[in-house]
Design a protein around this ligand. Structure first.
Ligand code: FES
Length: 340
């Protein structure tokens, strides 16, 4: 049976993901997955369930003028009680997640292993008590074993697995870094709460430009895992920028994914002046108008705040506005993330 992934973006910034079966209406699928979308008549009459479809293809079975005008339907508004998806979709829900009685879930896990990938990053592998539903690019809050602290990390693994993987920046003195570097042992218990964040891969309709700064590579690994499973119709160029060659991690995995997908180009960039490399400097030094397909591209960026600001200013300098620009900023500390 075909099943589509529907991202529900609530007005308080929470995003939840549901699966909608063939011929299933979105409100029914949501209800089955314990999310009460606003709804009253269920017949396309009252308009209570009206949302905005940011992406995706769908059928609307029936609606009355009183509930939604043809003009609204053309703009992308939908009645979710009458909406049958024909592709993955992204919906903006004009209600809070609390009102829809949904909240991030907490899943228990245990440490499978910690890999010191470089001096500046760890790989953390976690066995989950059950798979956590998320969109590639989203993050979870992870408890640091033996403490009350929580830290936010993007998955570097694909959804739907009992094993979650993360790339974690090694911050000397940081709570999670100290745990991973000094005390972590297989079997340690931790809890994951999520998913969180609006930084996730939308349905791909044009060339993709993905920009990763340091461990900002994690969400792109997750996206590539999904693309490798589902396929993609447009080229992806992933720019992976770090300070030194020794900071480049997961290159074998990137190469294997790129070979499997066939439409992915990985470009590495080193910032340190004393390194020898084909591409030196910052990502903006290697991103011209042609690389951005004259603006007909979706740009995704995960990196530190100065990288986001620099790339945004660079677009302005080139006079190019990409069709979409999604980004997630690291906080300078280990905790938190801000997506747009
Ligand atoms: Fe009334 Fe959908 S619930 S139109």
């Amino acid at each position: 049976m075909t099943s589509y992934t529907i991202a529900l973006n609530f007005e308080d910034g929470v995003t939840r993901v549901i699966q909608c079966d063939d011929d299933e209406k979105v409100t029914d699928a949501a209800f089955r997955q314990k999310i009460n979308l606003p709804m009253d008549c269920r017949d396309g009459v009252c308009g209570t369930c009206k949302c905005f479809a940011e992406k995706g293809e769908y059928e609307l079975e029936f609606y009355m003028d009183e509930s939604m005008s043809d003009e609204e339907a053309e703009q992308g508004y939908v009645l979710t009680c009458q909406m049958i998806p024909e592709s993955d979709c992204v919906l903006q829900v004009p209600a809070t997640s609390a009102l829809c009685k949904t909240a991030p879930e907490t899943v228990e896990g245990e440490v499978l292993g910690v890999d010191a990938l470089s001096d500046t990053s760890f790989g953390l592998r976690v066995k989950l008590a059950r798979p956590l539903s998320f969109l590639p690019g989203q993050y979870v809050n992870v408890t640091v074993p033996g403490t009350d602290a929580q830290r936010s990390y993007s998955f570097s693994s694909a959804p739907g697995s009992n094993e979650a993987r993360f790339l974690i920046r090694n911050l000397p003195g940081g709570v999670m870094s100290s745990y991973l570097g000094q005390r972590a042992a297989p079997g340690d218990a931790l809890a994951l709460t999520g998913p969180m964040g609006a930084f996730y891969l939308r349905p791909v309709e044009r060339p993709q430009v993905w920009l990763a700064g340091g461990t900002g590579l994690a969400p792109f690994l997750s996206m590539l895992e999904q693309v490798a499973d589902k396929g993609i119709d447009h080229p992806v160029t992933l720019y992976y920028a770090v300070t030194r060659a020794a900071d480049l991690v997961e290159l074998d995995r990137l190469t294997a994914l790129a070979d499997r997908i066939g439409k992915v180009t990985v470009v590495t960039i080193l910032a340190a002046a004393d390194e020898t490399h084909d591409r030196k400097g910052f990502v903006t030094d290697h991103l011209g108008a042609d690389d951005l397909n004259g603006g007909d591209c979706d740009v995704y960026l995960c990196g530190p705040p100065p990288m986001v600001d620099a790339v945004r200013a660079h677009f302005g300098g080139l006079g190019i506005e990409p069709a979409s620009f999604h980004y997630e900023k690291f906080n300078p500390t280990e905790a938190g993330a801000a997506a747009a």
